[in-house]
Design a protein around this ligand. Sequence first.
Ligand SMILES: *[C@@H]1O[C@H](CO)[C@@H](O)[C@H](O)[C@H]1NC(C)=O
Ligand SMILES: *[C@@H]1O[C@H](CO)[C@@H](O)[C@H](O)[C@H]1NC(C)=O
Ligand SMILES: *[C@@H]1O[C@H](CO)[C@@H](O)[C@H](O)[C@H]1NC(C)=O
Ligand SMILES: *[C@@H]1O[C@H](CO)[C@@H](O)[C@H](O)[C@H]1NC(C)=O
Ligand SMILES: *[C@@H]1O[C@H](CO)[C@@H](O)[C@H](O)[C@H]1NC(C)=O
Ligand SMILES: *[C@@H]1O[C@H](CO)[C@@H](O)[C@H](O)[C@H]1NC(C)=O
Ligand SMILES: *[C@@H]1O[C@H](CO)[C@@H](O)[C@H](O)[C@H]1NC(C)=O
Ligand SMILES: *[C@@H]1O[C@H](CO)[C@@H](O)[C@H](O)[C@H]1NC(C)=O
Ligand SMILES: *[C@@H]1O[C@H](CO)[C@@H](O)[C@H](O)[C@H]1NC(C)=O
Ligand SMILES: *[C@@H]1O[C@H](CO)[C@@H](O)[C@H](O)[C@H]1NC(C)=O
Ligand SMILES: *[C@@H]1O[C@H](CO)[C@@H](O)[C@H](O)[C@H]1NC(C)=O
Ligand SMILES: *[C@@H]1O[C@H](CO)[C@@H](O)[C@H](O)[C@H]1NC(C)=O
Length: 540
Amino acid sequence: MQTLLLFFDICIAFSLVFVEGVQSVQYEELSTLLLIKSSLIDPSNQLEGWKMPVNAAGNQSLHCNWTGVWCNSEGFVDRLHLSNMNLSGNVSYHIQELRSLSFLNISCNMFDSSLPKSLGSLTSLKTIDVSQNNFIGSFPTGLGMASGLTSVNASSNNFSGYLPEDLGNATSLESLDFRGSFFVGSIPSSFKHLHKLKFLGLSGNNLTGRIPREIGQLASLETIILGYNEFEGEIPAEIGNLTNLQYLDLAVGSLSGQIPAELGKLKQLETVYLYKNNFTGKIPPELGNATSLVFLDLSDNQISGEIPLEVAELKNLQLLNLMRNQLKGTIPTKLGELTKLEMLELWKNFLTGPLPENLGQNSPLQWLDVSSNSLSGEIPPGLCHSGNLTKLILFNNSFSGPTPSSLSTCKSLVRVRVQNNLISGTIPVGLGSLPILQRLELANNNLTGQIPDDIALSTSLSFIDVSGNHLESSLPYSILSIPDLQIFMASNNNFEGQIPDQFQDCPSLSLLDLSSNRLSGKIPESIASCEKLVNLKPAK
Ligand SMILES: *[C@@H]1O[C@H](CO)[C@@H](O)[C@H](O)[C@H]1NC(C)=O
Ligand SMILES: *[C@@H]1O[C@H](CO)[C@@H](O)[C@H](O)[C@H]1NC(C)=O
Ligand SMILES: *[C@@H]1O[C@H](CO)[C@@H](O)[C@H](O)[C@H]1NC(C)=O
Ligand SMILES: *[C@@H]1O[C@H](CO)[C@@H](O)[C@H](O)[C@H]1NC(C)=O
Ligand SMILES: *[C@@H]1O[C@H](CO)[C@@H](O)[C@H](O)[C@H]1NC(C)=O
Ligand SMILES: *[C@@H]1O[C@H](CO)[C@@H](O)[C@H](O)[C@H]1NC(C)=O
Ligand SMILES: *[C@@H]1O[C@H](CO)[C@@H](O)[C@H](O)[C@H]1NC(C)=O
Ligand SMILES: *[C@@H]1O[C@H](CO)[C@@H](O)[C@H](O)[C@H]1NC(C)=O
Ligand SMILES: *[C@@H]1O[C@H](CO)[C@@H](O)[C@H](O)[C@H]1NC(C)=O
Ligand SMILES: *[C@@H]1O[C@H](CO)[C@@H](O)[C@H](O)[C@H]1NC(C)=O
Ligand SMILES: *[C@@H]1O[C@H](CO)[C@@H](O)[C@H](O)[C@H]1NC(C)=O
Ligand SMILES: *[C@@H]1O[C@H](CO)[C@@H](O)[C@H](O)[C@H]1NC(C)=O
């Protein structure tokens, strides 16, 4: 129906031309827009106003007032902005007839067709944004001839084939975004001509080959996002020539070799994501010279050696993630002096020695995960000094000494996982009043004393594991009535007395393990009210 009407519109358009003999170029553009509309599917009727007006004869530039259409001073279509309109169907090859088009934005629609080859002949384009659709097929060639082209955004689509090599001739380009499609092949060497390029986004494709050395010639680059591809080989040392570089994301790939020391030359560099690759060798101490670094993530590689002391020179560091490598030696004490550190993830390495004693004392520390190393010493008392600590994950180490009582006033805590250490002393009073604490894992330590009564008053805990300690006395009377409690494990302790008879209200409890204690008496009949209880290991 819609198409029929459109067809009617077009007929009127042509008959008007015929009848009155007025054939201006502007008028042709109006007709072109109607042709473009005729191949679009527009379920929300966004382009309703795109039609031949009844008394068009007097003004041949009426289309300049249509939704999403802008003309230049001569009345030629200059900008088409049709983003976010639920459009699908085809982008008509007639689009090439809009000779003056400098801005085309059809992003955030539902196109799942391919772009017309003729798009490549729109050499007056300065900006093209076709991102966030489902376009298929190859990206048209030809725009390399668009000498004024500054920005291409084709991200989040289903394009395939090679990256358009000819774009290397569009030397005005400042931003090139081909992230999130299925492009194959390598980075075209012609791209080395793009001296004005600030943004290069190619992540999330199927690109292969090496990162070309010539990338070091793109002196304007501020952002490089090449991750989630299948690039291999080393990071070229020439990357250290990109003095404007702020953001380097090469995460998730098959890159190998050493992390180039030249990165330390980059004074603007704020973000380095190299996680999930196959990097080996040591963390270059020179990295400590890149003093703008805020986010440094080298996790999931095969990096060895020690954490260089110079890392503590990175005064702006908020995130340091070195987890799942082969690092040994101690954690630099001076990391505790960093004033902005929020996340420190060092888990699954071979680190030894203590945590920096000032850790958390000087910064808004939120996440600390150093699990599965060979760390020892006491848990630093200031971890939650700023009141921001949510994750405290220390399990599978040899930490000893008492749990700092400061943790029991740390209202931000969500997870405390310190199992499999040598922590001694009692469970500090107050953990039960922490408003959002969900997991409390203290198993297999050297804890003594009793479970403080306040734990039973918690309104947030869902997982409690205190098994494998030397805890004694009776269990708090109402501990199994914590509203969200799903798992309670307390085996292998010295608990005695009765099993708490407070099962009237245990809506969530699914696992209860009280085995290997000195509890006595019967399993209370009220346990039948725990509807979700699937695994019960009573005292024996
Ligand atoms: C888009 O083009 C395809 C193939 O040429 C055709 O089958 C389809 O009908 C077209 N869709 C519209 C809305 O014109
Ligand atoms: C024709 O319409 C356009 C857009 O609505 C307007 O800018 C232009 O001034 C009009 N020209 C005449 C001659 O009315
Ligand atoms: C442009 O369109 C608006 C409504 O969409 C209308 O109010 C206005 O008069 C039109 N201007 C011209 C010059 O046609
Ligand atoms: C797009 O379509 C969806 C339903 O298909 C509708 O909810 C939404 O409002 C539409 N958006 C626009 C901008 O028309
Ligand atoms: C295109 O439109 C989208 C959605 O309105 C917007 O977010 C984006 O910035 C636009 N692209 C350009 C290059 O202006
Ligand atoms: C770039 O332009 C030159 C000169 O016009 C031409 O010879 C060459 O083929 C173009 N490169 C690509 C990759 O299209
Ligand atoms: C492209 O990459 C995706 C996801 O990484 C993968 O599932 C797909 O098999 C790859 N396709 C080709 C042709 O390599
Ligand atoms: C770029 O870096 C390489 C290796 O780091 C160096 O040999 C070369 O001289 C540098 N080139 C320029 C132009 O600075
Ligand atoms: C990573 O490197 C190691 C040797 O350093 C090699 O055995 C392994 O196959 C590599 N893995 C990948 C995914 O390249
Ligand atoms: C960079 O770091 C190295 C090693 O840490 C150091 O010797 C050198 O002086 C630093 N260079 C600059 C320019 O800061
Ligand atoms: C740390 O906590 C304080 C107080 O809750 C809050 O104002 C601040 O924004 C937090 N800082 C960070 C980096 O989250
Ligand atoms: C456990 O703590 C007791 C004192 O409470 C101490 O005698 C014992 O050596 C500790 N065991 C370990 C393995 O640290």
